[in-house]
Design a protein around this ligand. Structure first.
Ligand code: ADP
Ligand code: ADP
Length: 226
């Protein structure tokens, strides 16, 4: 699904953030990305959805080659990836409901379909009672649930989450994990950047996971084990 082959990355003329990264992220797998703060986890995730392109080496995402992808190819690829951003990225003046429905609106889906899907996903993440609240009225945990609903609404093949449990209590973290696990059982790939080793342990009790660790610009696969 995502193939890195000798990928190097630097911002502008800056230092090398990633060097010689060669690995494959298989479709439908459950993957964690870990490593110290500033190691390049968010950078790696931006490469995965081609918000950035490699400085050298080859990157292929869902069969799309980074060196050849034009804006339309990247847009098509992004529709296959649901993104849970660390900072939420909600539109402050829209309700939770409208924020969750927004990706479908941008895609031009009919209103009836948008409403039905947003309502279903908001229930699924347990925010039914908060659907008409504004983002500023939600707790950190509620915001992350809403962010997950919004990431899933376009029926993506892969969900990428950047530190989804960074700002939530343990109970919410466990609930978010179980939602991600459910998506995985339905055949979706999951890629989570996190410092939360307890979360990784909890996931491992349920399913084989792949843990990737970024250190000194290298991404090391820590094996697929329970
Ligand atoms: P992590 O997610 O592991 O904390 P990041 O990928 O955010 O790491 O950052 C890796 C390094 O790249 C850090 O040194 C960070 O300051 C730098 N960096 C991130 N984004 C940019 C950018 N747009 N321009 C320049 N440097 C950046
Ligand atoms: P995205 O993943 O869509 O690029 P982010 O929230 O990760 O969004 O980053 C928002 C913007 O801030 C990006 O353009 C990113 O490159 C930039 N950025 C993030 N961290 C740094 C940093 N440490 N130094 C400079 N720019 C940064």
């Amino acid at each position: 699904m995502i193939e890195f082959d000798g990928v190097e990355f630097r911002y502008g003329g800056g230092r090398e953030i990633l060097r010689e990264v060669s690995l494959t992220i298989e479709a439908g797998g459950f993957h964690f990305l870990t490593g110290p703060s500033g190691a390049g986890k968010s950078t790696f995730l931006r490469l995965c959805r081609m918000a950035l392109r490699p400085s050298a080496g080859r990157l292929r995402v869902f069969g799309v080659e980074a060196a050849e992808a034009d804006a339309d190819a990247v847009a098509a690829l992004r529709r296959r990836i649901g993104m849970v951003f660390q900072d939420g990225r909600f539109l402050d003046h829209l309700s939770v409901f409208d924020n969750v429905a927004l990706p479908l609106r941008i895609r031009g889906a009919p209103a009836r379909e948008r409403r039905a899907q947003a309502a279903e996903l908001i229930e699924w993440v347990g925010l039914g009672a908060r659907a008409h609240a504004l983002p500023a009225e939600l707790s950190g945990g509620e915001l992350q649930r809403a962010a997950l609903a919004r990431a899933v609404i376009g029926a993506p093949d892969l969900i990428i989450a950047d530190e989804p449990t960074g700002n939530v209590d343990r109970e919410t973290a466990v609930e978010l994990l179980s939602l991600l696990m459910a998506l995985h059982r339905h055949g979706k790939g999951v890629l989570i950047a996190t410092h939360d080793h307890e979360l990784i342990r909890a996931a491992r009790r349920e399913t084989p996971v792949q843990v990737l660790r970024i250190e000194d610009g290298c991404v090391l696969a820590q094996g697929r084990r329970r």
